[in-house]
Design a protein around this ligand. Structure first.
Ligand code: F6R
Length: 626
């Protein structure tokens, strides 16, 4: 999705904007641009394609001034092109925009009637026209922005600059995220803190329908009705290195290799003396800034009290987070006997879901900004459910909406394809399942101890999987000759099959399907021939024998089989074209280990095919529009 950076200060705005936009590249984009104001004139430069094209265009340009805005665009209205790129400039107003203006056709018709000359196909330019018209009357940019807000329907964030006031940026958020960065005699606004952490560690997150007025010296926050709001900044202790590649060829590879540490960090806050004690879930704590300060023991009591009332759980998410949620269903149902429904957020929000009394709605979202998941949590609250969010980004929109809060603790994930956010989610889901099992008195202290010990052994087992990377690379070499891929597994390995197929689709642009292995006879068997690779996930769990039978069936029809199994296994080896061993673990933890070869094979195959692994085509990291 689009990335926004705005700057006021004594550094060269061009440098701050380009460096910030580079940090936002992970969001996905197809064009970029910047506008810088100097001596009452705006220098506007835009380019189709990656930031490199914009940088090439501006190398010969001289930039002065203290204020500017920049943007990376992910096309929604109008093809990717220079004329559709942002900023849009209309009579001294420059604007960048993220999101969608749903009633743009009506606005366009009205503007054309009034004689406006529209230069792009975007909904964004129309907003610049509305503000330009209004500022001619109000002579005040903030008022002009406030006055037009009621005319716009949709989910959108904007940052606006006006030639007549070279010390002011106005930003408004209703949907896509915006965060203000505070500095000394300089201030920033951006779509994500990652754009700004090399400049400041003090941030104010905007809530929906808030307006912010930035000058070099001051930041003032208002409701959309113009009422002043006081909000203390939060201090983030992320080091800038966390968002660098640190010697890896790609962010994705770095993030895959970070997983042993990331999963350890995910469990660390919630394990006390080999017991699961969920830390500071903060049910009903309104101010997220206080989460770190609440009394952990009191909070744990509240969490257990809330959980003891729960009779049904809904897990709602999109994409990779949804597959993690499906594994969560197996874990929670097995350990606590509480029925769990899983739903894709875009389906849940429009299917008029029936949510009985005493339900918990758990949303999973790495970014915490996914539009459909955000809408789902709002709907769940409307219907009276208790809500719990599991996010990687603290203070993100979904995190702020939820009654209770859990975190993946994975650190920034820059590669568009999710890796460490997935495995850390699985760790937290295990902790949650154990907690429900305890609350429902189905897990004894002894069982808990064993479950925790197994969990604690996972980081080192992941290290072992990573040490086999050269085998996954060789396997990837062999995969390039196939026309299609079927990933299959049973039980908790079924969502892993879907995740494996998704990784291959999004990175290597190859057709892959994830299936429950037991479904093979009901259709997919017809696809199998020697050009079809079958990736079978066969851990040594309760489904082992049944999955091996499926494997034999596929082999008998000429399927080329790549098998992942627990440790050395001669039987599996003899049936498979390629056999890849994964360390033995308990059934509930296998998904955390088995997904790693999937990530690495997709990564290597995409590299072999020459694709952009960190930013696959057409995809965005943070899907803030539905
Ligand atoms: C795939 C991937 C996506 C996301 C999905 C939801 O690798 O990353 O499928 O999982 O867009 O995103 P979040 O978790 O941010 O809600």
């Amino acid at each position: 999705m689009c990335g926004i950076v705005g700057y006021l200060g004594n550094l060269n705005p061009k440098d701050v904007i380009i460096s910030g936009l580079k940090k936002l590249e992970y969001r996905g984009y197809d064009s970029a641009g910047l506008a810088i104001l100097h001596n009452g004139e705006t220098k506007l430069i835009r380019a189709l394609g990656k930031l490199k094209s914009l940088e090439e265009k501006i190398t010969s340009e001289q930039f002065n001034g203290h204020i500017g805005i920049g943007h990376t665009r992910w096309a929604t209205h109008g093809v990717p092109s220079e004329r559709n790129a942002h900023p849009h400039k209309v009579r001294g107003i420059s604007l960048v925009h993220n999101g969608i203006i749903e009633n743009y056709l009506d606005i366009k018709e009205e503007l054309v009637k009034q004689g406006a000359k529209i230069n792009s196909d975007t909904d964004s330019e129309l907003v610049a026209h509305l503000i330009a018209n209004e500022v001619e009357i109000t002579k005040d940019l903030k008022k002009a922005v406030e006055n037009i807000l009621d005319k716009l329907k949709g989910a959108f964030s904007i940052v606006v600059m006006w030639e007549k006031n070279p010390n002011e940026l106005i930003a408004f958020k209703d949907g896509p995220p915006l965060v203000v960065g505070l500095g000394k005699s300089e201030n920033f606004v951006a779509s994500d803190v990652q754009a700004l952490i090399s400049y400041t560690n003090q941030f104010i997150y905007l809530n929906d329908r808030e307006v912010v007025q930035l000058s070099q010296e001051k930041v003032r926050l208002f409701s959309s009705q113009g009422v002043a709001i006081e909000r203390k900044p939060i201090v983030l202790n992320w080091s800038p290195e966390l968002v660098e590649k640190q010697g890896f060829s790609h962010f994705m590879l770095k993030e895959i290799y970070e997983q042993p540490r990331a999963v350890a960090m995910a469990m660390e806050p919630h394990i006390l003396n080999h017991r699961v004690v969920l830390k500071n879930v903060g049910f009903h704590e309104k101010d997220l800034h206080h989460l770190d300060q609440i009394d952990p023991l009191k909070d744990w009591e509240t969490t257990q009290k809330e959980f003891s009332k729960i009779e049904r759980i809904f897990i709602i998410a999109c994409g990779t987070s949804f597959y993690a949620g499906q594994i969560g269903k197996y874990l929670i149902e097995n350990l606590s006997q509480i029925p769990v429904e899983t739903d894709i957020a875009s389906e849940f929000r429009y299917r008029q879901p029936i949510i009985p009394k005493n339900s918990l709605v758990l949303t999973i979202s790495q970014s915490g900004e996914t539009a459909d998941t955000l809408a789902a949590i709002r709907l769940a609250k409307e219907k009276g459910a208790l809500t719990l969010s599991l996010c990687n980004v603290k203070n993100s929109s979904i995190d702020r909406e939820a009654h209770g809060h859990l975190y993946m603790n994975a650190g920034p994930e820059i590669g568009v394809a999710s890796t460490k956010a997935f495995t850390t989610t699985l760790v937290v889901l295990n902790l949650l399942a154990i907690t429900f099992g305890k609350v429902k008195k189905l897990i004894s202290e002894e069982q808990e101890l064993t479950l925790v010990q197994e969990l604690l052994s996972i980081p080192s087992k992941m290290e072992v999987v990573l040490s086999y990377d050269k085998y996954f690379q060789t396997a990837a070499e062999n995969l390039k000759k196939f026309k299609g891929f079927l990933f299959m597994g049973r039980g908790v390995s079924y969502p892993i099959a879907m995740e494996g197929a998704l990784k291959l689709k999004e990175l290597a642009y190859l057709h892959a399907e994830g299936y429950a292995a037991g479904e093979m006879k009901h259709g997919p068997l017809a696809l199998i021939d020697e050009r079809m690779a079958i990736v079978m996930i066969v851990p040594h769990d309760a489904n082992f024998e049944k999955t091996v039978s499926n494997l034999e069936e596929a082999k008998a029809r000429g399927g080329q089989i790549i098998t992942l199994g627990s440790g050395e296994n001669e039987r599996l080896k003899s049936i498979s074209l390629t056999y890849l061993p994964v360390p033995k673990a308990e059934w509930n933890l296998n998904p955390i280990l088995y997904v790693v070869p999937m990530q690495l094979m997709a990564f290597h195959l995409a590299c072999i095919l020459g694709y952009d692994v960190d930013q696959p085509r057409n995809l965005a990291k943070s899907v803030t529009v539905e």
